[in-house]
Design a protein. Structure first.
Length: 683
């Protein structure tokens, strides 16, 4: 599971917190920070940032080489992610790129910038749906203009491997301009057929009922170590039967996977013996598509807490499947930040204490917390679903039985949060949205510490905490599962952030850190995160729903005691927390209930919570937030370009690998499309 600043949270920053506004940077300043250009592009609701990779230069050469090969493996999966998000995405991206580079006509006039913006959005989202909300983009250029661009782009530039020029034109016109087709990437609206109405390329020609019956037919409910059914395949109907088209070297996406395994083999050749076995097991899985081998890989991977360099590469997160079975492809390559890891080590060493004191039914506590390993990392490369929008924390593996028997690995990504904080300095957010001076001061002084610790607690302990009641499989909550799981992890973090134990462990100076985080979290959940939603839309994404659920629930339950207050001043709305201790009590109460829902698989109660508190938007408040946000000129979403790595030889001998941060956004996207794009246009 990921913590995004939106996605991984932290929400994206963990979701929750966007690191917006000035917060004190608890990190040691990194060299060169002062003149570094953190933000390199802005369009629509998106900012494109760079991140740096401090510490890379000092790594031993063999670790740099390992990172280099893993980076290559990370880049070769990009097409998979794009195709997974919608079956027409590669056709769209390639056609737009062909126009962008080879269109022979006039590039002046209003519609060309609109076209360019649309392409930048498609790059950013790995497809035609917003990376976060999942809504299809509305182009700001006309159908006639598109026809003209296409007509003046030569055949040899266009993706005509699967479609004729006429078919391409007709199909893309519908895909791009018809608002009723492929409208939502992942539809989770209650009462609708979430399979048939989702554009995600995980199922084709099937209904929700058929898919649910298929899974029921292949699952063995008595297996104590079940595979992640359906994780790596597309479901289709052949001669009236539901079948899986498996994503492996000999199957769907094979051309991309062959390149991934090629670079993984190189990585294995320079890895330490433990890691060599891990990488070889991953290769074996990619070659066979066998999910038992994937589990074997995860079991090995989660136990390697020693290697300095680490990575994620595969079909991992299931957020985009409306039913939560199929995983998007992603990759992250990283190494440990030793200094900052001390913080997460303290937390994981005390994992059992936190579990024993969690405000949940003791029957749902784990009697023995296993192998929670936590570290702070520096990412060197992000790919697939982690690119360009990337999580700020990750906790894997996802299989419940592996987590129970072998624990999980949890990371907080420091160089990404650092880049967010640098890019947000002085943007006026807190001045606009935080009413009280005392809250602004606290957020300034303790905001980043609070965010980081909340992410640590969410990832290291929150997701791994608790246990299911006997007989509960874990998939009972269906389309509400992701939201409730994120809420559970967030509540765990919020509750313990304000625990005196945090002071005792030396992690925070006082309760002030929790107050800073609580004030920001509630304001974000009830109000400022609405900046990410288009007018008229509801909240769909799991992390955003989770934050809204928590904030709105606490607001309602605390009304009698005025725990959280909506203040109107000079025509503006503010959210103010009046009683932080009481709020912490409400977090405990809600955690108790959300844990019960998960442990008992209580679908109806989970649905009621989410539908009541997490989905619907107050149109008036929404309009106000968008106005105030626009006035500040802050784009609510961010993502990153990757650095470039270059091998340095003396004769035949590799002597160093150097990193540089000069590549632009469009430049990088076009290069990736040229150098790492092995899939046919239709798969
Ligand atoms: Zn999470």
């Amino acid at each position: 599971m990921k913590h995004t600043f939106i996605k991984i949270t932290m929400s994206i920053l963990g979701g929750a917190a966007f690191v917006l506004g000035q917060s004190a940077c608890s990190n040691v300043a990194q060299t060169g920070d002062e003149d570094f250009q953190w933000q390199i592009d802005q369009f629509d609701d998106i900012r494109v940032l760079r991140y740096t990779v401090p510490g890379f230069e000092e790594l031993p050469l063999e670790q740099k080489e390992l990172i280099y090969y893993l980076n290559q493996a990370a880049l070769w999966g990009r097409d998979i992610t794009t195709d997974q998000n919608c079956k027409w995405n590669l056709a769209v991206r390639r056609t737009l790129e062909a126009i962008y580079t080879d269109y022979t006509g006039d590039r002046t006039g209003e519609e060309w910038p609109a076209f360019e913006k649309y392409l930048k959005k498609v790059w950013f989202a790995n497809g035609i749906h917003h990376h976060y909300s999942g809504d299809k983009f509305t182009p700001e250029f006309s159908q006639e203009y598109f026809a003209k661009l296409l007509a003046q782009t030569p055949d040899e530039a266009l993706p005509l491997d699967c479609l004729s020029r006429e078919e391409l034109a007709a199909t893309l016109t519908e895909v791009i301009f018809d608002g009723s087709k492929y409208a939502t990437r992942t539809n989770q609206r209650d009462g609708e057929d979430v399979v048939a109405t989702s554009a995600i390329n995980f199922h084709e020609g099937l209904t929700q009922d058929e898919v649910e019956r298929y899974y029921a037919s292949i699952q063995d409910p008595k297996d104590p170590r079940p595979i992640s059914y359906g994780l790596n395949s597309k479901l289709v109907k052949e001669s009236g039967k539901v079948v899986e088209r498996v994503w492996f070297e000999g199957g769907m996406y094979g051309e991309a996977i062959k390149n991934i395994t090629y670079w993984l083999e190189k990585a294995a050749s320079v890895a330490n013996p433990t890691q060599k076995e891990i990488i070889e097991t991953l290769i074996a899985y990619y070659r066979s598509g066998d999910l038992r081998t994937f589990d074997a890989y995860n079991v090995l991977w989660v136990q390697d807490t020693i290697s300095n360099v680490d990575f994620v590469n595969g079909f991992i997160e299931t957020y985009n499947d409306p039913l939560g079975y199929k995983a998007g492809w992603e990759s992250s390559v990283n190494f440990r930040n030793e200094e900052a890891t001390v913080r997460t080590e303290i937390i994981s060493e005390n994992a059992q204490w936190f579990e024993d004191h969690a405000p949940i039914n003791p029957a749902f506590r784990k009697s023995e917390v296993k192998g929670v390993s936590a570290k702070v990392i520096t990412v060197a490369m992000i790919g697939g679903e982690c690119y360009p929008a990337t999580p700020i924390g990750i906790n894997l593996p996802n299989a419940d039985w592996i987590r129970k028997e072998f624990g999980s690995k949890s990371v907080t990504i420091d160089n990404i949060t650092h880049a967010y904080a640098k890019a947000a300095e002085g943007n006026g957010f807190n001045e606009e949205f935080v009413l009280r001076e005392e809250d602004r001061e606290r957020i300034k002084e303790f905001g980043r510490t609070g965010d980081n610790l909340h992410t640590d607690l969410h990832e290291c302990l929150g997701h791994g905490s608790g246990q299911l009641a006997p007989g509960v499989k874990g998939d009972e909550l269906k389309q509400y599962g992701s939201t409730l799981e994120e809420a559970r992890a967030d509540l765990f973090g919020l509750y313990f952030l304000g625990d005196p134990k945090m002071v005792e462990l030396g992690l925070v100076p006082s309760f002030e850190v929790a107050k800073a985080q609580y004030a920001h979290y509630i304001m974000n959940g009830m109000m400022t995160q609405l900046s990410r939603i288009e007018p008229g839309k509801t909240v769909e994404e799991a992390h955003m729903r989770n934050r809204k659920l928590i904030a709105e629930w606490c607001y309602e339950k605390g009304l009698d005691n005025n725990v959280i207050e909506k203040v109107k001043q000079d025509g503006k709305t503010y959210i103010v927390v009046n009683d932080f201790e009481a709020l912490r009590g409400l977090f405990a109460e809600l955690l108790h209930e959300v844990q019960r829902i998960k442990s008992e698989g209580d679908f109806e109660a989970g649905r009621a919570l989410v539908e009541k508190y997490a989905v619907n938007v107050d149109a008036e408040l929404h309009r106000e937030v968008l106005e105030r946000y626009n006035a500040l000129g802050i784009a609510p979403y961010s993502g990153f370009v990757n650095p470039q790595y270059e091998m340095v030889y003396e004769g035949d001998k590799l002597v160093d690998i150097r990193v540089n941060y000069t590549e632009g956004y469009a430049e990088q996207m076009l290069r990736y499309s040229k150098e790492y794009s092995p899939l046919p246009t239709l798969n």
